[in-house]
Design a protein around this ligand. Structure first.
Ligand SMILES: O=c1[nH]c(=O)c2[nH]c(=O)[nH]c2[nH]1
Length: 302
């Protein structure tokens, strides 16, 4: 019986390459999910355990990030062509390469009708939610409404720091003067009445206020940003008694390009999906009405 190696390819899947253009104060962002793969004569690696012709997937990953700075991301196509052709030179036994790219689109957050310089919202992401609780019957009946949104993904490419935190023998985190801050926000707010409310209008306004607070608050932590959002909502809407937030801190780590002699001054980041910080907070009026059972259907903290 004779057995042969059939088709094969290898590469690094789902490199989360985030390129920020920050040549002026008006930043722009290209957010990519890049998968690379090489085809060719890699028989020795499969049959003999010989890696001499194998350009490691780790190198392919580094190249994906290095090219985001070196050739830039004018478009996913132009960047992908540069990467794909490069790999054929870098790996002489490769006869072909494939670069698959998904791009996530970001819009500028609108503040007073103008697109913000460095704060962005992911296009078309959020889901609107409503939880209605009815308690009792007759004169004692009570209807509570908790409205909300999930997966409102926002990012600011500057205007955020995190420093002065408690340190112990397990602390390795460096203080950050200027970092990317991003989250996929869940917010739920409880109304203190149900009559005479245009729920559609309030929804749009709460979203707008949260986005504007995110954009314009200089953030010393995500915690501070959540509080600023909640305060803005409660100040503008007397019909809302409390708002709760759950915000995963979607970490973006500066990719170390120094190793390749390429300067990276806050321009190329790796977007990590896990683990993530999970920051949750309630902002509430001092004289808020009793919530009754309004939160019982809400999963976990929020
Ligand atoms: O905004 C932040 N809040 C934290 O509590 C925290 N903890 C951490 O490691 N990074 C951050 N960032």
């Amino acid at each position: 019986m004779s057995i042969s190696l059939g088709v094969n390819q290898y590469g690094k899947a789902e490199n989360r390459v985030v390129r920020i253009y920050r040549d002026t104060d008006r930043h722009s962002i290209r957010d990519l999910n890049v998968s690379t793969s090489l085809r060719g004569d890699f028989t020795a690696a499969h049959l003999e355990g010989d890696q001499a012709d194998v350009l490691p997937t780790d190198t392919q990953k580094n190249t994906s990030f290095a090219f985001a700075k070196k050739v830039g991301v004018e478009s996913p196509e132009q960047y992908g062509i540069a990467l794909g052709t490069h790999f054929l030179t870098a790996a002489p036994k490769a006869t072909g390469s494939q670069i698959r790219i998904e791009e996530y689109a970001w819009d500028r957050i609108q503040v007073d009708g103008e697109g913000h310089d460095h704060s962005f919202v992911r296009r078309g992401t959020e889901t609107r939610t409503a939880i209605i609780t009815v308690d009792g019957r007759g004169d004692d009946q009570r209807v509570s409404v908790v409205s909300g949104l999930e997966d409102l993904t926002v990012l600011k490419s500057t205007g955020s720091e995190f420093k002065g935190f408690l340190k112990d023998e397990f602390t390795t985190l460096e203080e950050a003067d200027d970092r990317i801050m991003a989250t996929s926000l869940t917010a739920r707010w409880r109304y203190n009445k149900t009559d005479g409310i245009n729920f559609d209008e309030v929804y749009e306004d709460v979203k707008k206020l949260c986005l504007a607070a995110f954009a314009t608050t200089y953030s010393r932590a995500l915690q501070e940003t959540l509080h600023a959002m909640g305060k803005a909502v409660l100040e503008a809407h007397s019909e809302i008694d409390e708002i709760r937030f759950s915000a995963p801190n979607k970490h973006h780590f500066l990719y170390d390009l120094d190793r390749f002699g390429i300067e990276n001054k806050g321009e190329v980041f790796i977007a990590a999906d896990r683990p993530y910080g999970l920051i949750e907070a309630q902002v509430v009026r001092d004289d808020a009405s009793d919530p009754g059972e309004a939160w019982t259907a809400v999963p976990s903290f929020i």
